[in-house]
Design a protein around this ligand. Structure first.
Ligand SMILES: [Fe+2]
Length: 222
């Protein structure tokens, strides 16, 4: 068990670590760095809605929001030739790329040991955000193929924010999708049992806030 003082010290330490890791990521790959910033904003919108819907409490919401930008920390372990490749990845390259989840989990284990974190909810949320954010409800995600209730809420939130950001961002191979186009795709992914319907329902009723967030994240990135 942890007392309140230890717990808030842990949160402060991790807040610093998240900031640092985002800065390191941005040095190597600017696009991923900006993505992390946007994910933080989109996550806030989702967790606020989940608190309103009494799916999670405020502390859990704050932890998910704090830790979401760490989700791709394991990408520092992916070789440049794969991470920065402009074209589509081959099958073997894709397998390496998928490894960013387990590489990230090993990094998180080191962070927890190094700064001696002992807040169980903080540690579990950090583990799950990093290791499980590509798991899907139908069990066809990675790295473990978890399904339904095995996929924790923090991983579901980051997955939805991640897909929303990927679709609304311009990439070398596609234009930025509009918010209505993106929401239609998120609905389709809920119907196909890929994404969490509660998270997507929050986004559906928060499109004005998402649009603001998208604009301010783009502005600060520029
Ligand atoms: Fe990822």
């Amino acid at each position: 068990m942890t007392d309140g003082a230890t717990s808030s010290a842990d949160v402060a330490a991790i807040a610093e670590a998240v900031q640092l890791s985002c800065r390191f990521t941005t040095v190597r790959d600017e696009q991923t760095g900006v993505h992390l910033e946007r994910i933080g904003h989109f996550t806030r919108v989702i967790v606020d809605g989940l608190v309103d819907d009494e799916v999670i409490d405020l502390r859990t919401a704050d932890l998910i929001h704090l830790l979401a930008p760490l989700h791709d920390i394991g990408k520092v372990g992916i070789p440049d030739a794969i991470l920065l490749k402009p074209g589509p990845l081959g099958e073997a390259e894709w397998e390496v790329m998928k490894g960013h989840t387990v590489v990230g989990r090993r990094m998180v284990d080191q962070i927890v040991a190094t700064i001696r974190l002992d807040d169980p909810e903080l540690v579990t949320t950090m583990n799950n955000v990093v290791e499980l954010h590509h798991e899907t409800m139908d069990g066809r995600g990675y790295p473990h193929g978890l399904a339904e209730d095995e996929v924790p809420i923090e991983a579901r939130v980051v997955a939805v924010a991640d897909v929303f950001d990927a679709l609304t961002t311009e990439r070398a191979y596609k234009p930025a999708w509009t918010i209505p186009e993106t929401m239609a795709e998120l609905e389709r992914l809920v119907e196909n049992n890929r994404l969490d319907g509660r998270c997507v329902a929050v986004m559906q009723r928060s499109v004005d806030r998402l649009a603001e967030v998208g604009r301010s994240a783009t502005d600060t990135a520029g």
